[in-house]
Write a protein that binds this ligand. Structure first.
Ligand SMILES: NC(=O)c1ccc[n+]([C@@H]2O[C@H](COP(=O)([O-])OP(=O)(O)OC[C@H]3O[C@@H](n4cnc5c(N)ncnc54)[C@H](O)[C@@H]3O)[C@@H](O)[C@H]2O)c1
Ligand SMILES: O=CCCC(=O)O
Length: 499
């Protein structure tokens, strides 16, 4: 087949896929237009072209979505856990069957290379399978009170209607990581997807309907006016839970709003991951880990290694080996077979990345590789390595969210710990060493919710994902994930032997 014929087949497949994506709001089981009749455009970050226009929810639609979630809550909580689990299991199978559609749609709206988008489909679907199994395990307990006179019955109940707010960087996985445990626990939901990448959530919501989720359990309100549309919901006493994934800046604001009704919250916020390489590390393994920790999702991940803290005796060799691997990474639209690094999400993000790089270079760092935006359409940035970055440089304290690796050196373990912990964030850290005792010590001394020991990616539906400090509150995935959507009720029972 000629290149032109292949391009025509790809374009045709993309148009057919877009035509299958619902463009309305999902409220009480029906797809409908926004009350205002307004729509907003979703763009392809590789070309800047509009992919689709979808309904733009306003406050009135938000209220209707919450009404539907509130109305469905009582009956949904009574659905047997096994049935809720089976809906999730069917959804897992449907997403897996349509993996290529989900992958292509994510690549089109978010930009990540197709191979990575396929990886996200597997990761995102796994939350559906994991929580299909957890749905039947929300156990309580029964015990005899210490004085023997009464009985203590402890049960778990769904928290009630939830507002779920997701970011643009993992359009499927960030939604399934919230929706699956909420469904398993028996909660109803309003999902506010990211305005930059709402299409995957639209398709996923249609799959949940097909899997048998009753009307009103999942309501979806994409919007270009996030604050105005969700603000009233957060202050509505009928809402019982806010689960937010996004920046620390927005999370802080939402926490403040949530305090008005003492709303229960989960906050999965920003990161500033240190990637520590000791002098005894296997440098090839460290470079392989660095490639994953830095370039997964073009560096647009909360888990992305943001600061490479490398022992001074191996820093030059590490930088050279890292640069050699980075050089092989071709930037291209994610649908192109050669693409290893897709575009950043928008011009604003690309400009911010370049601002941080320029500031580091002006402060004395050297660009061993890259250091500039890629000319032409789309928001591409060159894979970049900065050596000789010094403490106090802005790039070490802000999330880069791009394919840029700043390297700073250390001389002792204490020094590495001090540099790694010198941030308001505490999501994840990566440590490369052959000394297991040192690895364990680092785990104990680093102030993070997660640690990758000789591993550059550790996200797993079966593990508790989440941070400390200003990286957030709560955990998603693992045994802990469902607890975010359950509350504990204690029933005290009088002595069954008394009179
Ligand atoms: N810890 C995690 O699990 C995790 C996962 C993914 C992304 N993130 C973080 O998310 C950020 C990138 O995502 P982003 O740019 O979409 O973040 P963002 O905070 O700008 O937006 C996140 C979501 O919040 C919405 N939003 C923005 N302002 C709002 C408001 N006033 N009221 C209600 N909703 C509002 C957005 O529309 C989007 O849906 C990074 O900081 C990244 O580290 C964290
Ligand atoms: O962006 C943060 C989420 C990344 C992940 O779940 O691995």
């Amino acid at each position: 087949m000629t290149v032109t014929a292949q391009a025509a087949v790809t374009a045709d497949r993309e148009s057919r896929l877009l035509a299958s994506v619902p463009t309305g709001l999902l409220i009480n089981g029906e797809w409908r237009d926004a009350a205002s009749g307004k729509t907003f455009d979703v763009e392809d970050p590789a070309t800047g072209k509009v992919l689709l226009s979808i309904a733009d929810a306003g406050a009135e639609d938000g209220a209707a979505a919450l009404d539907a979630a509130v109305a469905a809550q009582e009956s949904w909580a009574k659905v047997p856990p096994r049935e809720r689990g089976e809906i999730l299991r069917r959804a897992f199978e449907l997403v897996t069957e349509r993996a290529e559609d989900f992958a292509l749609l994510m690549t089109m709206e978010m930009g990540k290379p197709l191979a990575e988008a396929r990886g996200e489909v597997t990761y995102g679907a796994e939350f559906l399978r994991w929580f299909s199994e957890e749905a039947v395990r929300a156990f309580g307990r029964y015990s005899v009170a210490p004085d023997g006179k009464s009985r203590l019955l402890v049960t778990k109940k769904p928290v009630g209607p939830c507002l779920l707010i997701t970011p643009w960087n993992f359009p499927l996985a960030m939604a399934t990581r919230k929706i699956a445990p909420a469904v398993a626990a028996g909660c109803t939901m309003v999902l506010k997807s990211a305005n930059l990448t709402p299409l995957t959530s639209q398709l996923f919501a249609a799959v949940m309907q097909e899997a048998g989720l009753p009307a009103g359990v999942l309501n979806v309100i994409p919007t270009s006016t996030a604050g105005a549309t969700t603000g009233p919901l957060i202050k509505d006493a009928r809402l019982r839970k806010l689960s937010f994934t996004g920046s620390t800046e927005v999370g802080r604001r939402l926490l403040s709003d949530a305090s008005e009704t003492v709303l229960r919250t989960s906050m999965e916020l920003g990161g500033n991951a240190p990637f520590v390489v000791f002098d005894d590390a296997d440098l090839d393994a460290a470079v392989a880990g660095a490639m994953l920790a830095k370039l997964r999702n073009m560096g647009e991940a909360c888990t992305a290694a943001n600061r490479f803290i490398v022992h001074e005796s191996v820093a030059t060799e590490f930088a050279e080996k890292f640069a050699a691997k980075m050089k092989e990474m071709t930037t291209a639209r994610g649908t192109e077979p050669e693409s290893k690094v897709g575009p950043l999400i928008d011009a604003k993000s690309r400009d911010k990345v370049h601002e941080l790089v320029s500031d580091a270079v002006a402060s004395g760092a050297k660009a061993v590789l890259g250091g500039a935006p890629v000319d032409g359409p789309g928001y591409f940035y060159q894979p970049t390595i900065l050596a000789g970055v010094t403490e106090g440089t802005r790039i070490l304290s802000e999330e880069i969210f791009g394919p840029v690796a700043p390297i700073i050196t250390f001389s002792s373990e204490d020094d590495a710990v001090r540099l790694a912990n010198n941030t308001e964030y505490g999501l994840v850290a990566y440590v490369f060493t052959k000394d297991l005792n040192r690895g364990i010590r680092m785990g104990e001394r680093l102030e993070t919710g997660m640690l990758g020991l000789n591993a550059g990616v550790i996200s797993n539906a079966a593990a508790p994902f989440g941070g400390v400090k200003q990286s957030g509150l709560g955990r998603e995935g693992g045994l802990e994930g469902i607890e975010e959507y359950l509350y504990t009720q204690y029933i005290g029972i009088a002595d069954p032997y008394a009179g």
